[in-house]
Design a binder for this molecule. Structure first.
Ligand code: 13P
Length: 247
């Protein structure tokens, strides 16, 4: 089967009113290849503006949501609020949230379940740190992170798994296509054995960590690499080439 190629742009905590306008204007000029889905994740403050000005063929995601619909949770936003604004996606469990904001895998699982229930699709991020790779515990780490999500959800239709090795994020040190393929294959096998063969076959597993126009095409050739979650390069003109990496 062919899984729709997925390219996400995670702007992280970057942008300004004028930069957001430039980025949206540029994205609106890109021709999106058929069979490729593009989703942009601006900072929460700019989401509404981006959704209102970006072509509808490009999706919009939040970078995080909370596990409740409303209430006394100062500083948080809910998937229900995204729905209200016509936003379809959220990133959850990004390593920067796990590391800096101490989010546990269980919490990421909880938030994933809540977002899906609210009708928001989820880009669920997992990935090992450098010392974990060097200790040969990559498989244990990423499958435990995936299990914490699998424990909380039944339906994987609206989930994209993003494998983002922490050592590759923002470092310019991209995983080789072989390293990415090896982990993606392991994750797909885990889904086949622990969720179902159908979910393993259909779920997109995308790669993130120093993806650029220079390395995207080679990574995209790998059988289990179904797209990318792009940080730094999603703020640059080369994002256009990454969107077209499968062509
Ligand atoms: P970079 O592409 O800047 O390495 O960031 C990757 C990432 O964290 C995307 O979510």
């Amino acid at each position: 089967m062919t899984r729709t190629f997925f390219v996400g742009g995670n702007w992280k905590m970057n942008g300004s009113v004028s930069q957001v306008k430039t980025l949206v204007d540029n994205l609106n000029k890109v021709s999106i290849p058929s069979g490729t889905e593009v989703v942009i994740a601006p900072p929460a403050l700019y989401i509404d503006r981006v959704r209102q000005t970006l072509n509808k063929e490009i999706g919009v995601a939040a970078q995080n949501t909370y596990a409740k619909c409303s209430g006394a949770f100062t500083g948080e936003i809910s998937p229900e609020m995204l729905k209200d604004l016509g936003i379809d996606w959220t990133i959850l469990g990004h390593s920067e949230r796990r590391e800096i904001f101490k989010e546990s895998s269980e919490f990421v699982g909880e938030k994933t379940a809540h977002a899906l229930k609210a009708g928001i699709k989820v880009i669920a991020c997992i990935g090992e740190k450098l010392e974990e790779r060097e200790n040969n515990t990559t498989t244990q780490v990423v499958t435990a992170q995936l299990k914490a999500i699998a424990d909380k959800i039944d339906d994987w239709t609206n989930v994209v798994v993003a494998y983002e090795p922490v050592w590759a994020i923002g470092t310019g040190k991209v995983a080789t296509p072989e390293q990415a393929q090896e982990v993606h294959e392991t994750l797909r096998k885990w889904l086949a054995e622990n969720v179902s063969k159908d979910v393993a076959e259909k779920t997109r597993i995308i790669y993130g960590g120093s993806v650029s126009a220079a390395n995207a095409a080679e990574l995209a050739k790998k059988q289990d690499v179904d797209g990318f979650l792009v940080g730094g390069a999603s703020l640059k003109p080369e994002f256009d080439q990454i969107i077209n990496a499968r062509q």
